[in-house]
Ligand binder design. Sequence first.
Ligand code: ADP
Ligand code: MG
Length: 223
Amino acid sequence: MTLLVHDVTLTYPDGDARLTALDRVGLEVAAGEVVAVVGPSGSGKSSLLAVAATLVTPDSGRVVVAGQDTAGLSAAEKSALRRERIGIVFQQPSLLAALTAAEQLQVMAHLAGRPSRGLRRRALELLDAVGLADKADKRPHQLSGGQRQRVNIARALMNEPAVLLVDEPTSALDHERGAAVLDLLVGLTRERSTATVLVTHDRGHLAAADRVTAMHDAHLTPA
Ligand code: ADP
Ligand code: MG
């Protein structure tokens, strides 16, 4: 299993008490598979992605990414694992204003310490895969919201992640553009064999997923 979240409980401090964001949650995602997570606001969806991304350490339970058990990894080891094995797409594309679309991708590979040779070619190939071949030299302000989100997705794939975590990628887009971004994510998952977790509240998009799970009050169940 490329992504394994096993029996994870996560609490946050809440005044004198603790708020349970994830209550014994389990999730397994294979390479090439898209699992959707739906659920109301505040139910724990983003917390699940944060745990799977190793950005947050759960109170208990296990997270295994591409065969690597993340328990006991140092902060530096986790950050290396994130850079090299995990692609993360957040709700709002956080692109760097000064960089072109191609450079947004290239910088990811630089951060991961990859040799610069061939990086531009790889960035162009990914931008082509998300339908932005002709926008490689545009800066974020020259792109539409949907185009920026596609750059964001291409960027998450730059280091060939095993796991792709996507949090409400279409919330800033209209329905049609949102559907196109979802189709793109499913296509890329198959083509690049990522284990993809897709948080969405747009139920109209769920047909594209291989499996749908529902988060409710910190619990995850098949939908
Ligand atoms: P969703 O993504 O489904 O809207 P979240 O995972 O963001 O849900 O939040 C789940 C619960 O945890 C909510 O009650 C939220 O207020 C709380 N929460 C999320 N992040 C934090 C945090 N960093 N500190 C404290 N409470 C948090
Ligand atoms: Mg959220």
